[in-house]
Design a protein around this ligand. Structure first.
Ligand SMILES: [Zn+2]
Length: 624
């Protein structure tokens, strides 16, 4: 059975999936790890009708909400001002600096494709305040500067490196967006300060919340200073030797912090979900640059564990509120599902990296699932309110808010939305990889040649995609690899109107190899019927229930559309009608289930809780 089919089944979670003897050939590949380079979103202009309105709302609502909260409604900028003048108190929580950096990263990404002098001015203003709050030895963290600098670096769970990591990410983003390096220089001084304190012949350190590792790789990539990559590697290698429990005031639960064993030995995903995602991203980044196949093997084991036994249909992960993370396999409650928005975004980050390492589309299948469902539900259609927690059923009392005491999710959304273009294409020596179907114009550089790839589609509402090669001066011999999503069971492809008959896929990609000319057109038509999904019987809550999925979108029912909410039942004879309704929820395809009893109206899960408050569920009673 092909991996693709296994994946389909694991998401449908039918019978004993874990018995398939899942092996992944990739982990045994000892050649250079990174097979694909992503096409950076700065070369991509999204032009579709699904994401474009989201990106507009990001500038109009998401960023202003974040800026207002950061500056006016909470004291996050005041903290930097107080740290600079070394007077006044610290307000909020010790990790609050990170939200400011993430919102700045969101501003930077937004500026790349939509220059905006007002936003840029705001960013410069913030950066001046950050720089002023930096200690003379490079250290920067408003909590410790204000509450007692002598206590810095005494508690591994106080997020000093986590905040530094988010600052570095923002700095790299802003440098790429504007060429301005003030924050990059602040970041370099902080990184050098950390390396003066910690290292192979210095103090041990295990960051209680991972993030710094992937950020240091970004700093390495922009500075070409190998020492930052080496420091990231060293920090990863520090985990699992008991250093963490010696360096904290409270109780250090090694499992919660992914510190229970050396990271290359990990097989089961445990502990805090967002921490795990950031750790795995850091491991993937370092593995790619250091050719550490042990890391890649560990990541494959961890991926199987989470995707086969600990992931929701929505691509959400981390089922428990208690540890914001993982419990035992198949423990996937619906009402109490935690599924932090940041964890779903983390799945996108991590799976993108796994795809680059392996050239396997199974990672994009999961990326797409998390992106269109678990992550996208985390922000209202308007872009001005956010979910921290994304359950699969609600008693009617769960609603998005403008901000949270711990505001990681709103600031996460602010940087995720403007960078989604990153996940559409990849390139390798011989091929152009088409991973996501989103209408856009992309400038693709491959070898010496640059051309425009124009993608037109109404995805995710239907599966028809046209790719046109534009601005190509001379014919180009190249393989185009089109991802055939795991949900797609039937499709046709033609080039310039001529059907492609060899529909052979490799690792989920259909390869078309030819000499491309200006104006060449690939037409991909994917059937997108309504599918009934069944959970693995190990998932107790979903026994006797089914869910609805169409294309990449998981559907749900809301009470407002279904007054007899408690009586909804699907059966094997249920028929489905699909209707695109342009005036509902910014335009969605609704699904009506025609049953013997009450008809059921479904809307996409991402769009729930955008109307009057009411109950919601994804999994529906089913009569055999
Ligand atoms: Zn979060």
């Amino acid at each position: 059975m092909k991996l693709k089919n296994i994946l389909t089944i694991l998401l449908v979670l039918t019978t004993s999936i874990v018995c398939f003897g899942f092996t992944d050939k990739n982990s045994k590949d000892k050649t250079a790890p990174k097979k694909i380079e992503t096409v950076d979103f700065s070369h991509i202009k999204i032009t579709d009708s699904f994401w474009s309105p989201r990106l507009k709302n990001h500038v109009t609502f998401t960023l202003p909400v974040c800026i207002d909260q950061i500056e006016n409604k909470t004291g996050r900028i005041q903290n930097f001002e107080n740290a600079a003048k070394k007077s006044g108190g610290h307000s909020g929580i010790f990790y609050d600096d990170s939200d400011v950096y993430k919102a700045l990263e969101g501003i930077a990404y937004s500026l790349i494709n939509n220059p905006n002098s007002e936003l840029e001015k705001k960013a410069d203003e913030w950066i001046d305040k950050f720089a002023a709050a930096q200690e003379s030895d490079g250290y920067i963290n408003t909590f410790y500067t204000i509450t007692g600098i002598h206590k810095r670096w005494t508690n591994m769970d106080k997020h000093e490196m986590y905040c530094a990591g988010h600052m570095i990410e923002a700095a790299v983003a802003y440098y790429k967006a504007t060429g301005k390096r003030k924050l990059l220089d602040v970041s370099i001084r902080m990184a050098d300060h950390m390396m003066n304190e910690f290292g192979p012949d210095k103090r041990h350190w295990v960051p209680g919340h991972e993030e710094i590792e992937l950020a240091l790789v970004k700093l390495y990539e922009v500075t070409n200073e190998e020492k930052y990559l080496d420091f990231a590697y060293w920090l990863l290698e520090e985990r699992g030797y008991g250093h963490g429990s010696k360096g904290t005031e409270g109780t250090w639960n090694p499992i919660y912090y992914q510190d229970e064993m050396p990271v290359r030995d990990l097989s089961n995903i445990n502990g805090h979900a967002v921490r795990a995602m950031y750790l795995f991203c850091g491991m993937a980044d370092v593995a790619a640059l250091k050719n550490d196949t042990g890391y890649i093997e560990a990541l494959n084991r961890l991926w199987n564990d989470v995707v086969l036994t600990k992931m929701y249909l929505t691509g959400g992960i981390g089922s428990s509120r208690h540890n914001e993370g993982f419990t035992k396999p198949y423990d996937l409650p619906n009402y109490d599902a935690y599924c932090e928005t940041c964890a779903s975004v983390g799945m996108v980050f991590w799976n993108s990296r796994m795809n680059q390492l392996t050239g396997d589309s199974k990672y994009i299948d999961v990326l797409e699932r998390s992106m269109y469902n678990g992550a996208l539900a985390g922000v209202s259609l308007k872009g001005d309110s956010f979910f921290y927690v994304n359950p699969l059923a609600s008693h009617g009392d769960h609603h998005r808010k403008e901000w949270y005491g711990t505001a990681c999710c709103p600031s996460q959304v602010s940087r995720f939305l403007p960078s989604i273009g990153n996940y559409i294409y990849g390139t390798s020596k011989d091929a152009v990889w088409v991973n996501l179907y989103i209408g856009n114009k992309a400038e693709i550089k491959t070898g010496e040649k640059t051309f425009t790839l124009h993608q037109e589609t109404n995805y995710p509402w239907d599966g028809n995609v046209t790719l046109t090669v534009e601005s190509l001066d001379k014919p180009l011999k190249k393989e185009f690899r089109l991802r055939i999503p795991d949900w797609c069971k039937k499709y046709t492809v033609s080039v310039n109107g001529k059907p492609v008959t060899d529909l052979h896929t490799e690792k989920g990609y259909l390869a078309i190899n030819r000499k491309w000319k200006e104006g060449d057109k690939i037409t991909l038509a994917m059937n997108m019927p309504v599918e009934i999904e069944q959970a693995d019987p190990h998932v107790k809550e979903n026994v006797g229930k089914r869910a609805i999925q169409r294309g990449p979108l998981v559907y749900c029912v809301e009470e407002t559309d279904n007054p007899s909410f408690d009586e909804l039942t699907l059966s094997s004879t249920t028929k489905f009608n699909e209707t695109f309704n342009s005036s509902l929820l910014n335009g969605v395809t609704t699904i009506e289930a025609i049953t013997d009893n009450k008809n059921i109206k479904f809307i996409p899960y991402y769009a729930w809780d955008n109307r009057e408050a009411g109950r919601m569920k994804v999994w529906i009673d089913y009569n055999e």
